[in-house]
Design a protein around this ligand. Structure first.
Ligand SMILES: Nc1ncnc2c1ncn2[C@@H]1O[C@H](COP(=O)(O)OP(=O)(O)OP(=O)(O)O)[C@@H](O)[C@H]1O
Length: 453
């Protein structure tokens, strides 16, 4: 069974994506297949409900392909108290009314925490230091100083990572504390289910007995009136009882449209902190930290100097994209059995690099470098070979290769019709010098920053 499930997991990861896979599919196990029914063990009822509603088609298709006819999924939760069956092309069965104990029900409610999202793995830099410090403070427990802690920021900047890290840390420090972590979407889903099953009182009771409530992506309930109402009451009760609440969203409370004013104002009562877009240093730090873990996964892979710096400069959209790019690069290099070089990086990540292209032109680069080294712009394209001119020219070639998506022959044309091998030589020369000559490396960083500004 493990072999079949191993294969199925690989396929499912490709279909649903790494994040959803880690959250929803990773905790599942296939325990048997008989007469067209695959039995899947699931740690909580909440997870099995969610998976059967959102991923049963994908799981059925994959198992059917690998294992032969599979028409139905049967989910077994750890307690074995219930079995939920989902058939292909049919609506999921309505779960039977529950008479679970409070502890079991709570376990069902809490969304699974991603093992990778810990404080240790979170790289701190200027843009996220305040959010990180606040998250740490909440995770340490002790008297509640700000309630709620409201974390917000753009896509993929680490909100969920910090939320999971807080939840894990509190659980580790105070095993008796009831930490309830879930997304606002899951909150709504459970609330609607409670309405349908007429178990709203249980739902209320459950939420109101937790020690720490953490709700991710709260903007999701904007415009969902009855869910907002319920959320508001839960929120107030917990705050009144001095229980810690942690909320995340993709924007500041005041900017969430279709959210009731009273909720917005409640959300702003504690500490509101912003995860700012990453800067170069933070991106480089994250890449270095991820590279350390990839090195364990792909032992023996060589990484040429300058590749991480190149990625940190060129991929500025968000950390998820940055991570994905690095992952692809390591997987590609390991398949090819080759060192990760700048050329390979550009080839393998062409699509991501294009999407992140900051559109610095070669002319701008030449102008800035000429200004910086106090040489004439005409010398950038001219034939002079004295070092005081040739070195800045090579630096400009290097920056053109790193900061634009132009090919070597194209760059050559902009440098007075030079051959692509001359450009390649220039780029290599600067790569070598960069690692040996600190002041040159600093000069290049400064130039790059000026060009990015
Ligand atoms: N400072 C950081 N250090 C290490 N990894 C980070 C950091 N910031 C983000 N990441 C990683 O980037 C990825 C995206 O982060 P996360 O899911 O927390 O983003 P988010 O802000 O919740 O995004 P969304 O708005 O899409 O929900 C995760 O894999 C996370 O581990």
């Amino acid at each position: 069974m493990d072999k079949i499930w191993g294969q199925a997991r690989e396929e499912l990861q490709k279909i649903v994506g790494a994040d959803s896979f880690a959250t929803w599919i990773e905790p599942l196990r296939l325990t048997g297949v008989s007469e067209g029914t695959a039995v899947i063990a699931c740690p909580t009822r909440f997870l099995s409900d969610w998976v059967s509603r959102h991923y049963s088609d994908e799981i059925l298709k994959v198992l059917d392909r690998i294992e032969g006819p599979v028409h139905r999924l049967s989910f077994e939760t750890r307690s074995q108290t219930s079995r939920q069956v989902t058939a292909a092309n049919s609506e999921p069965k309505r779960p039977a009314p529950r008479v679970a104990t409070a502890a079991a029900a709570e376990e069902e409610l809490t969304a699974p925490l991603d093992q990778r999202f810990t404080f240790d793995n979170f790289v701190v830099g200027k843009p996220n230091e305040l959010a990180h410090a606040a998250a740490r403070r909440v995770a340490e427990g002790g008297p509640v100083t700000f309630n709620p802690l409201f974390l917000y920021g753009g896509v993929g900047l680490g909100k969920t990572h910090l939320m999971h890290a807080i939840a894990r840390e509190i659980q580790a420090r105070q095993p008796e504390a009831k930490v309830l972590y879930l997304s606002a979407e899951q909150f709504m889903y459970r609330f609607v289910q409670a309405l349908r099953d007429r178990t709203v009182m249980d739902f209320k009771e459950l939420f109101r007995t937790v020690s720490v409530l953490m709700v991710d992506d709260v903007q999701f309930i904007a415009g969902k009136d009855s869910t907002q109402e319920e959320f508001f009451h839960t929120f107030n009760t917990l705050v009144d009882q001095g229980k810690q609440i942690v909320i995340s969203a993709d924007r500041a409370p005041g900017e969430i449209k279709d959210m009731e004013e009273r909720i917005k104002s409640r959300l702003q009562c504690g500490l509101v902190v912003d995860l700012h877009p990453t800067d170069y240093e933070l991106r480089l730090g994250i890449l270095q930290s991820k590279t350390d873990s990839f090195r364990l996964q792909y032992p023996g892979l060589q990484l040429a100097p300058g590749v991480l710096e190149f990625l940190a400069h060129r991929i500025t959209s968000n950390v998820r994209v940055l991570e994905g790019a690095l992952q692809r690069l390591f997987a590609f290099a390991s398949l090819m059995g080759r060192e990760i070089t700048l050329d390979m990086t550009q080839e393998c990540l062409a699509d991501i690099l294009r999407a992140n292209d900051r559109k610095v032109s070669i002319e701008e680069i030449q102008r800035k470098v000429a200004e910086h080294y106090n040489i004439r712009l005409a010398d950038m394209i001219g034939p002079k070979r004295v070092r005081t001119v040739a070195r800045p020219r090579q630096i400009a070639m290097y920056l053109a290769k790193q900061m634009t998506s132009r090919s070597l022959p194209e760059i050559g044309r902009r440098f007075g019709g030079r051959d692509h091998t001359t450009i390649m030589h220039g780029v290599r020369k600067i790569e070598e010098l960069r690692s040996a000559d600190r002041s040159l490396a600093e000069d290049i960083d400064l130039l790059r920053r000026l060009l990015e500004a």
